[in-house]
Design a protein around this ligand. Structure first.
Ligand SMILES: [Zn+2]
Ligand SMILES: [Zn+2]
Length: 92
C-alpha cells in the first residue's frame, strides 16, 4: 500500500532527499501490519528515524505528532470507529 500520509519521497520531518527509511507510524508487531495495510507510513532520514534523541523511535513528541496526523488522514477516508477498531485507541 502506498502512503496516504506523504506523497513525495523525502524526509517527512526535515524534507531532505537522499538516504531514507520507511517508517510505519503505528509500530509494534500487530500495528505495523495495519499501518502497511492502510498506508500509514512515511519516509524519514536516518536521524529522524533512528537517532537516539531526535529519532521517532526515541522521541515521544515526534511519535505522537505523526500518530495524530495519520489518524486525522485515516478518518477523512474512514471513521473514528474504524480507527479505534484497528488501532485500539484514539490519539486525537
Ligand atoms: Zn529528517
Ligand atoms: Zn520506524
Amino acid at each position: 500500500m502506498k502512503s496516504i500520509v506523504q506523497s513525495e519521497k523525502r524526509c517527512y520531518v526535515c524534507d531532505v532527499y537522499g538516504y531514507l527509511e520507511e517508517h510505519h507510524i503505528f509500530h509494534g508487531t500487530a500495528n505495523r501490519k495495519k499501518s502497511e495495510k492502510h498506508g500509514l507510513k512515511v519516509y524519514l532520514c536516518y536521524l529522524h528515524h533512528r537517532d537516539n534523541v531526535i529519532g521517532v523511535h526515541f522521541n515521544k513528541e515526534l511519535d505522537l505528532a505523526l500518530k495524530k496526523k495519520a489518524q486525522e488522514i485515516f478518518e477523512k477516508q474512514h471513521s473514528r470507529e474504524e480507527f479505534m477498531q484497528e488501532f485500539g485507541k484514539s490519539y486525537l
